[in-house]
Design a protein around this ligand. Structure first.
Ligand code: CMX
Length: 434
């Protein structure tokens, strides 16, 4: 059975569960909304559904029930590669089933047919000033492609019906995803490699082809596969996933929705943190004249950052309460492939020094490193030293999860999002603070 047929079968089987919950259990209370949760950014309120990934505060992310080590072990890999096919990971996220080699081949072939970047996207990018942030270029490139949305055309034709909406969303997603490595690599080489470009290789997979178009040798293909898989999904409440879901809930197509999600990812408290980590480490390196600091020297740098009112980038998390398994996967890779890299030595030292300091502050709920504390270090090692590009890499990976979610949103007919706001007066009244 092909991926689309399997998806439809799964959507049909799932629909009665949502309908039953909606009809028979609509009034059942499942969570409390406290004043804290409202003021702290709707923190932790159970108000979104997704079956694609679940984030346990102590265990970390599971994709369709599988931990990161399980995903890395169970998914098919290209010959000679350490990391699995991104194509297979998307199959898992979308259908919930582990793909066979044949399933991976199907996604590979389908994406190859649809990967070409339209000339007008290239023209749009070229028209932007070269010092524009790569995330702005990335979001603009995605948004420019909206003119080709099959979902939007279908809606405009007056034939929209809720039951078939997943089909047009799926087609848009399958059109969009394979273009993203091309878009990312194009932006990179336009901005930083003198506008020289390397054509896509029809024989290479999503990750391998990205490495090829970036112009970076092995094992960067495995770095790309690992990076895209690790960043793919982190349940639905984070800023990029939630924004994509929110915008799509207005029946906006995937181009509008995902571009909006990318604008959220570009914030320093979210996806920009990987760039901030490298900037921070480079700053310390400059002050140290390239030397590795002692533990005591590193502690002082951390305190200087905190005392100047800044956060330590790459540490802390809104949900996680232990070291991020996405950090650990990258650490394992670094220990194997770049144990002597000076930036890795900094990252390693921060792993030892930062958590006890953040614990001393007393207010930080999670003193442990998140995914962003590690990712820049590996990119730097393989020659991607323009750290304002790092969030684009995060964004390409994030597309896999958010787009799978949006196909399911349409499949299950989720409604437009519309929480209610109240005034401060009303909140004071409700809280008994008047
Ligand atoms: N350094 C210094 N202070 C920190 C901190 C850090 N790394 N992490 C949290 N804190 C502070 C908060 O700023 C907050 O202080 P105030 O009460 O003075 O405002 C306090 O500790 C409590 O915050 P929290 O409940 O522990 O954390 P939040 O859920 O509010 O925020 C996050 C989570 C990620 C935004 C925060 O930990 C942070 O700013 N980290 C650094 C940036 C970063 O690494 N972001 C990447 C997140 C990963 C991702 O995007 O997936």
């Amino acid at each position: 059975m092909g991926i689309k047929e399997k998806l439809y079968e799964k959507i049909q089987a799932h629909r009665p569960r949502i309908t039953r919950l909606y009809k028979e259990f609509a009034d059942k209370v499942i969570d409390d909304v406290t004043v804290y949760k409202i003021i702290a950014g709707m923190r932790g309120i159970k108000a979104l559904i997704t079956d694609i990934s679940y984030l346990d505060p102590y265990e970390g992310i599971r994709f369709r029930g599988y931990t990161i080590p399980e995903v890395m072990e169970k998914l098919p890999k290209p010959e000679g590669a350490e990391m699995p096919y991104v194509e297979g990971h998307f199959y898992l996220l979308l259908t919930g089933d582990l793909p066979t080699e044949k399933d991976v081949e199907e996604v590979f072939t389908e994406w190859k047919k649809r990967e070409q970047l339209p000339q007008y996207v290239i023209d749009t990018l070229k028209a932007m000033p070269r010092d524009t942030h790569p995330m702005t270029m990335f979001a603009a490139g995605i948004l420019a492609m909206q003119r080709d949305s099959k979902f939007a055309k279908w809606y405009a034709s007056g034939q929209f019906n809720k039951m078939d909406a997943w089909d047009y969303m799926y087609e848009d997603v399958m059109d969009l995803l394979p273009k993203l490595p091309l878009l990312g690599a194009y932006i990179y080489r336009m901005k930083y490699k003198g506008d020289t470009h390397i054509p896509s290789d029809p024989n290479l997979d999503f990750g391998g082809n990205f490495a090829h178009m970036m112009g970076i040798d092995k094992p960067y293909d495995d770095v790309a596969r690992m990076y895209f898989i690790l960043h793919s999904d982190h349940e639905s409440g984070n800023v990029s996933a939630h924004t994509t879901h929110l915008v799509a809930s207005a029946l906006s197509d995937i181009y509008y929705s995902y571009a909006a999600g990318m604008c959220g990812l570009a914030g320093p408290l979210h996806g920009l943190a990987n760039q901030e980590v490298l900037r921070w480490i480079q700053g310390v390196m400059d002050k140290m004249g390239g030397k590795i600091p002692t533990k005591e020297e590193m502690e002082k740098f951390i305190w200087d950052t905190l005392n100047s009112g800044q956060v330590v980038p790459g540490f802390g998390h809104a949900v996680l309460r232990k070291t991020d398994p996405r950090y650990m996967a990258q650490r394992e890779f670094a220990l194997k492939h770049l144990p002597d890299d000076p930036i890795f030595k900094y990252v390693d030292l921060m792993f030892q020094v930062v958590p006890p300091i953040l614990q001393q502050l007393g207010k930080v709920k999670n003193p442990w490193p998140n995914v962003d504390a590690h990712s820049g270090c590996i990119q730097w090692h393989y020659g991607v030293r323009e750290y304002d590009f790092y969030t684009v890499l995060f964004g390409i990976g994030r597309a896999l999860g958010v787009t799978a979610n949006i196909v399911w949103d349409r499949g299950l007919g989720y409604q437009i999002e519309r929480p209610k706001s109240i005034t401060t007066d009303m909140l004071e009244e409700l809280a008994g603070a008047k």
